[in-house]
Design a protein around this ligand. Structure first.
Ligand SMILES: N[C@@H](CCC[C@H](N)C(=O)O)C(=O)O
Length: 330
């Protein structure tokens, strides 16, 4: 049994504001869901003297296999609610940056539950081959026998196109993205019966011939995030499908946290490009099955780097998750 006061080294990165705690998956974390819930909390989670923003949008558990050419990085994303996401575009970019820092590699394959994604680095800019978006309703998944993923889920006058870009997104094209209260309109869609695995709710506003603004309410975070890579790809895929943009034309998608470049090729395959920033390294408490409640103070005590604690955490046990593409472990 692990010592409940044990610490594990973690590194915090963000990709255009979508922020993640990275833990080397060879380290013993007996309860990864509880670890993520505790350290991702925006109220009591990980913090550091270099930032006033606590918590994170998820924990990336990563393993590097250097015997592969190019090297292989196995990625598991555990979200703040303890769920496991099959894919994360910004998470894949961050995983590539972390693996490059460990190995010096500028090319790698990222293994995710949604499939293998090729990553290339050029400085702090990382491109992920995101695969082909899927509109087939049963693959999104949608509980409908319609043969189209364009559904008339009404948000005011908004119609939504559902697409899976590794995880499901409901994309709504809007005229004025700032006028919408996303945290009010998204939860009923995110939990709608139409989406048996739930859905991320992504808004897009066309701001130029090849430019969009983006806002995404994320499943698993249960809040709006500053950026969402699969959401940016979903916007491009939907825009192509409804004829707003052409294939093979790079588009810029601007979530609140920065700018992403997305291309939909004529064969419908997609790429996602953007910058990644390393924030800090810290030591975090290993949350164990045997620690019903942290005895540490609610506010993290600043160590040489940082340590995040919470007086509240889930005490569920966990085996290694292996979700399918459209299955989020709850
Ligand atoms: N932020 C991510 C998406 C993470 C998964 C999502 N919250 C889900 O549960 O489907 C991205 O950059 O793609």
């Amino acid at each position: 049994m692990s010592d409940e006061s044990a610490l594990v080294t973690a590194v915090k990165y963000h990709g255009t504001g979508n922020d993640f705690i990275i833990v080397d998956d060879t380290k013993e974390i007996p309860n990864r869901r509880a670890f993520a819930k505790v350290h991702c909390s925006r109220d009591t989670g990980v913090c550091h003297e270099t930032t006033d923003r606590r918590g994170a949008d998820g924990v990336l558990f990563l393993t590097i296999n250097q015997q592969h050419t190019p090297i292989q990085v196995v990625m598991t994303l555990i979200q703040p609610d303890g769920s496991t996401a099959a894919m994360c575009g910004n998470g894949a970019r961050v995983a590539a940056a972390w693996a490059a820092e460990q190995t010096g590699a500028t090319e790698m394959m990222i293994e995710t539950p949604a499939g293998t994604r090729h990553a290339t680095l050029s400085g702090d800019t990382i491109t992920i081959e995101m695969g082909t978006p899927v509109f087939t309703p049963r693959c999104v998944p949608l509980t409908t026998d319609r043969d189209t993923a364009l559904i008339d889920e009404q948000i005011g006058s908004l119609s939504i196109t559902a697409v899976n870009t590794g995880v499901p997104h409901a994309v709504g094209m809007v005229d004025d993205i700032d006028s919408i209260s996303l945290n009010d309109i998204a939860p009923p869609i995110r939990h709608a019966d139409t989406f048996p695995a739930g859905v991320n709710v992504t808004l897009a506003e066309l701001t130029g011939a090849t430019q969009f603004r983006q806002r995404t309410y994320e499943r698993g975070v249960e809040d709006e995030t500053r950026s969402c890579g699969t959401g940016a790809v979903a916007i491009a895929a939907v825009a192509c499908r409804i004829g707003i943009i052409d294939t093979d034309t790079p588009i810029t998608v601007r979530p609140p946290g920065g700018a992403l470049r997305v291309t939909v090729a004529s064969d419908q395959s997609t790429t996602l490009t953007g910058s990644v920033e390393r924030e800090f390294q810290t030591e975090l408490t290993v949350i164990t099955e045997s620690s019903p409640r942290s005895t540490a103070p609610t506010m993290p005590q600043a160590k040489s780097s940082d340590s995040g604690f919470s007086s509240e955490h889930n005490n569920t046990t966990e085996s290694s998750p292996s979700p399918s593409q459209d299955d989020v472990t709850r």
